[in-house]
Design a protein around this ligand. Sequence first.
Ligand code: OAD
Ligand code: ZN
Length: 235
Amino acid sequence: MTGRIVLLIGAGVSAESGLGTFRDKGGLWDQYDLAEVATPEGFARNPALVHDFYNARRANALDATPNAAHEALARLEQGWPGEVLLVTQNVDDLHERAGSSRLIHMHGVLTGALCAACGHRWPAPRVMTVTDSCPGCGASATRPDIVWFGEMPYRMEAIYEAVAQADLFVSIGTSGEVYPAAGLVEEARIARAETLEINLEPSSRPGVFDQVIAGPASEVVPLWVEKMLAGEIQI
Ligand code: OAD
Ligand code: ZN
C-alpha cells in the first residue's frame, strides 16, 4: 500500500460547502460574463466590477466550512504511506482548513492580494477596492491573487513533475474544460499512472480515465478514501 497519488481538484469538491461551480446550470459563468470578471482585459476595463466579483467569492469562501470530501482528502494525506499531492483549481482555502498541507493552488487564492505593478503579494483584506495601495511599492494596482484566463497557472513545472512520477492520478469534481489542468490526465497516462475520475456525473470525455466513480463528492470521496486506507484498492 504505497505509491504516489496526485489529485486534481475542481469546483465540484466545494459545491456542497455552498460555493457555486462555474459551468453547471445556474453556475457562476451563467451569472457573470467570464470575459468581464476573469481576464486581465476585463480588469483593465472595469477593476471595480472585478473586485466586486472576487469580494463576493471571498465572502462566500470565508463563511463556508469544509465538507466531508475535504476532510476525507486530509485523512488520505495523513494516513497514506506514500506521497499525496492535491493540485487544486479552487481558489478557496477549504482544503487547508480541513487539514491538508501538500497542496498547490494552480489558479491562485482568494486570500491573497497581488500588486500588478511590482509583483508583491500579501494577505487580501476581506474587501478589496481599486484604491487599495501596495504595501511594497505604494502603487494602486492591487488585484486578487487569482489566475485569469489568458494567464499561466501557478507552479506548472512542479505539477508536471509530480504527475510524471504519479502512480495514481485522480480527478475530482472538475468538468475538465479548462487547460492546462484538463490536460494533466493525458500526462498521467503517458507516465503510466492509473487514472480515476470522481464526479457528480462522468465527464464529457468518456474513455479518458481508467475508472470512473459517479456521485456527490461528500459521499463518494470518503468511501473511496476509506477503501484506499484499508488497502482494499491496490495501486
Ligand atoms: P466546473 O464548474 O467547470 O465543473 C464542476 C464539475 O463538478 C462538473 O463536472 C460537475 O458535474 C461537478 N460537480 C458539481 N457538483 C458536484 C458534487 N457535489 N460532487 C462532485 N462533483 C460535482 O468547475 P471546474 O472544473 O473547477 O478557473 O472549473 C475549472 C476552472 O474554470 C476554475 O478553476 C475556474 C473556472 O473558470 C478560473 O477562474 C481561472
Ligand atoms: Zn507593488
